[in-house]
Design a binder for this molecule. Structure first.
Ligand code: CDP
Ligand code: CDP
Length: 220
């Protein structure tokens, strides 16, 4: 009996995790978990219910009450499509604030585990390899310099015709990195045995192929 394989892809904001993880999942026919979207949904729901993001217990209670579903590219909250609403910079910031609280993180564990299905799962986030799927046979730590990541986020926003200011994005990224790395509960750290992928000079296609090659090797 072989366990269902998980490819854990962790790293800081705008390092390319989502893009690379989805392409790897498509290529292998695996399911995909965008764990960051869950924290964004929690931030959105708290905001909607006038719950302050720093109120750990109230946010955790809110998180437990949510009906979250992913259908294709859509994120549904209690049946309502909120895919666009959670993708704003404000909800990114809110996500990183609610994600600090241990009870909020605990409220999302079972939901994340439920994404595991045959023939495999690609999971992207901050703690996929360290906390949620610690026995994943392949763990990737995807990163890039802050400046490159800010530039990527900037271009991504322009591409979506959204207002973007490079300096603001850079500052926001630095704040989010610091909060993700310094928190006590599931901080952003490289998992033991993870493969470090620095992508400053690595294209998306090359990053995807590196992950696929590493997966082939760890299966043999
Ligand atoms: O796309 P981006 O990397 O900016 O963010 P995201 O993956 O959508 O996640 C939003 C926030 O949720 C991050 O800044 C983290 O603080 C938090 N998060 C987390 O704590 N643990 C995860 N597994 C995923 C996201
Ligand atoms: O999920 P995460 O926040 O880590 O990043 P993403 O949303 O997948 O990627 C952020 C942006 O960087 C996207 O527009 C990607 O197309 C781009 N990107 C890139 O230009 N070069 C890479 N090697 C990886 C991502």
């Amino acid at each position: 009996e072989h366990p269902i394989p998980v490819i854990a892809i962790d790293g800081p904001s705008a390092s390319g995790k989502g893009t690379v993880a989805q392409l790897v999942a498509d290529k292998l026919g695996f399911a995909y978990l965008d764990s960051g979207a869950l924290y964004r949904v929690v931030a959105f729901a708290a905001h909607q219910n006038n719950i302050a993001w720093d109120d750990a217990d109230a946010v955790a209670k809110c998180a437990k009450s949510l009906q979250i579903k992913f259908i294709h590219d859509q994120v549904l909250l209690n049946g309502q499509d909120i895919s666009n609403e959670i993708r704003t910079e404000l909800m990114g910031k809110g996500a990183s604030q609610v994600a600090v609280h241990a009870p909020v993180r605990a409220a999302l564990v079972d939901l994340q585990h439920s994404f595991l299905q045959s023939p495999g799962l690609v999971a992207d986030g901050r703690d996929m390899g360290t906390v949620i799927f610690p026995s994943a046979p392949l763990k990737i730590f995807l990163t890039a310099s802050t400046e490159i990541r800010a530039e990527r986020r900037y271009k991504q926003l322009l591409g979506k015709n959204q207002a973007a200011n490079y300096e603001n994005i850079l500052q926001d990224l630095q704040e989010r990195d610091a909060r993700d790395q310094r928190r006590a509960s599931a901080p952003l750290v490289m998992a033991e045995h993870a493969i470090l992928l620095e992508t400053d000079n690595l294209s998306i296609a090359d990053a995807v192929n590196t992950v696929l090659d590493a997966f082939k090797k760890c299966k043999d």
